[in-house]
Design a protein around this ligand. Structure first.
Ligand SMILES: Nc1nc2c(ncn2[C@@H]2O[C@H](COP(=O)(O)OP(=O)(O)OP(=O)(O)O)[C@@H](O)[C@H]2O)c(=O)[nH]1
Length: 316
């Protein structure tokens, strides 16, 4: 069998080159370099396919790798044939190279529409730009939405915590804050005083001047309370015409002073639009380990004592 393949009747290619050194050199170096390159290119293609399994048309890379590898083999056989006439093997290699080349060409044409459908780099850059723009717009609208939600939340929080007539804290928030202040005062052994305030003879104001006029009096009273409070104090509407002023870090003497200042301020309200009125105040301070309900009850009792003693006064 080997004899048929290599029967010695073939003439080595070297004779064609006349064994000339320059021709041999050109053929050897040219084919040698081609063989090296055609061995490295398939390795590179297989490496790409292995690393980028996401790439479409992977198979075409493998066909190219085979096609180039066989081209390399053909050139290698060309070199061998200079000395030994293995033309049968060379023919087989050329035949295989031809088959693979045809397969590659057919496959390439088959997938041509899909290759052409791949967006160009320019198109991708354009799409990328559009995406970035859309992302920016989305970010902006997100920000403005967040801003709106923040504003709406703040408005809702204000509505939920504010008395609609007087704009001071409503009863719920007043008691929550008072509870916090009470806990803090007990834990850190700090002073805490409150004023319980009630407008005197408010029913007769309503009866004589009407409900709207009564509302104006309540609003003016709340404003007067706020004006007289310090930054740390706060005012809340406890009931109809009843208010509480909370005074953290304040002892009973300081609380009484503020209460008397309020009595004076109320007597000075001489707005033509508002009927004159007065108020009674109970001023109480937190006792050592006293409960919040005891503090409120005590201030309430003192306020009623002020009413009983003739109104328009402070009892502490
Ligand atoms: N205009 C108005 N009146 C209110 C409001 N809330 C409660 N009132 C009225 O306030 C009046 C409170 O009257 P009373 O509790 O009898 O007390 P008073 O007339 O102030 O008498 P003293 O407390 O003894 O000084 C009632 O007539 C309630 O209807 C309000 O928001 N607006």
């Amino acid at each position: 069998m080997l004899d048929i393949v290599f029967d010695g009747s073939f003439m080595p290619h070297g004779h064609c080159l006349l064994w000339r050194a320059d021709l041999l050199f050109l053929t050897l170096v040219g084919d040698g370099l081609t063989v090296i390159a055609y061995s490295l290119i398939p390795i590179a293609l297989i490496y790409i396919v292995k690393k980028r399994i996401d790439l479409k048309f992977n198979r075409v890379f493998l066909l190219f790798a085979g096609f180039i590898a066989f081209c390399g083999l053909s050139h290698a056989m060309g070199l061998v044939n200079i000395w030994h006439g293995y033309y049968f093997i060379a023919g087989l290699i050329k035949f295989t190279t031809g088959i693979i080349s045809i397969l590659t060409a057919i496959f390439l044409w088959k997938i041509m529409p899909q290759i052409l459908a791949i967006p160009s780099q320019l198109e991708l850059q354009k799409q990328n730009k559009e995406l970035l723009l859309a992302k920016e717009q989305l970010k902006e609208s997100n920000q403005s939405l967040e801003e709106k939600v923040k504003q709406r939340t703040a408005t809702l929080e204000k509505l939920a915590s504010t008395d609609p007539l007087t704009q001071v804290c409503n009863r719920r928030v007043l008691l929550e804050k008072l509870n916090d202040e009470h806990d803090r005062a007990i834990r850190y052994h700090r002073n805490l005083s409150i004023l319980m305030l009630d407008i005197d003879d408010f029913k007769s104001i309503n009866d004589s001047y009407g409900h709207d006029e009564g509302d104006k009096v309540i609003v003016a009273f709340a404003q007067t309370l706020q004006k007289n409070c310090r930054a740390l104090d706060y005012v809340g509407r406890y009931g109809g015409e009843e208010f509480i002023v909370v005074m953290p870090e304040t002892n009973i003497d300081e609380a009484s002073q503020l209460a008397n200042r309020i009595i004076e301020s109320v007597s000075e309200i001489s707005d033509n639009n508002i009927v004159s009125f007065s108020c009674s105040i109970g001023a109480a301070s937190l006792k050592k380990d006293g409960s919040l309900s005891e503090l409120i009850k005590h201030a309430d009792e003192l306020m009623y004592q002020a009413k009983a003693e003739g109104k328009n006064r402070v009892v502490s």
